[in-house]
Design a protein around this ligand. Structure first.
Ligand SMILES: [Zn+2]
Length: 210
């Protein structure tokens, strides 16, 4: 049984994830630790990349990164996920402390196959929001509750969230984390992503400057 630390978890909240294993992960960016978490209420799995000592009283850099196979692995320039993940890793490396919860909710929760269907609609002119609506999905089907629980489990209370997404920040706050700061995570984007980001800003309220 691995040791858990739930000091900061609000009363009446229960942790619905379990830490299964932790290992070292050397990367091109630096030395990290990687942890695997399993949901106790679904078959969802989570991966956390973290570094440094997790202390409740220290406002700590965190990112909730939603899996994006096309951006994270294939360097797609239709979105900014890959560079955002890289930047979050670099910021944590520089700071010497921080955590990235990698949430396997591909395509804002609709799955990779449906995301490719949405991309096909986008090839015909729909934007990211219209494409999801055409397929009968919510614009954003993600849930961040268990990501917050993982941060509690790591021992964190105060977080500096690397995100441009106000919904994500609000969800973490609702889950009981203290938001010390929002750290903007803007990256240079090439043309197809610029259009996508414009849609995220105009239709989804993301905090992005152009
Ligand atoms: Zn992406």
């Amino acid at each position: 049984m691995l040791e858990n630390n739930h000091d900061c978890l609000p009363k009446n909240h229960q942790i619905s994830v379990e830490k299964v294993a932790v290992a070292n992960l050397p990367t091109a960016v630096g030395e990290f630790k990687i942890a695997g978490y399993r949901s106790l209420i679904s078959d969802e799995e989570f991966v956390v990349l973290f570094k440094g000592e997790m202390k409740a009283e220290v406002p700590t850099l965190v990112r909730i990164h939603s899996q994006c196979l096309t951006g994270d692995v294939f360097d797609s320039i239709k979105c900014d996920c890959g560079p955002q993940l890289q930047k979050a890793m670099r910021l944590i490396e520089t700071e010497g402390r921080g955590a990235i919860v990698y949430q396997q909710q591909e395509g804002r929760g609709i799955g990779i196959i449906n995301k490719i269907r949405a991309y096909a609609l986008q090839d015909e002119g729909a934007d990211t929001v219209e494409a999801n609506e055409k397929l009968g999905f919510e614009v954003d089907a993600r849930n961040y509750q268990q990501c917050a629980e993982i941060l509690f489990d790591l021992g964190l209370c105060k977080v500096r969230v690397m995100s441009n997404n106000p919904d994500k920040i609000e969800a973490l706050e609702k889950a009981g984390l203290q938001i010390a700061e929002r750290v903007p995570i803007e990256v240079e984007s090439q043309e197809p992503a610029a259009h996508y980001l414009k849609t995220k800003k105009e239709k989804m309220g993301h905090l992005i400057n152009f």
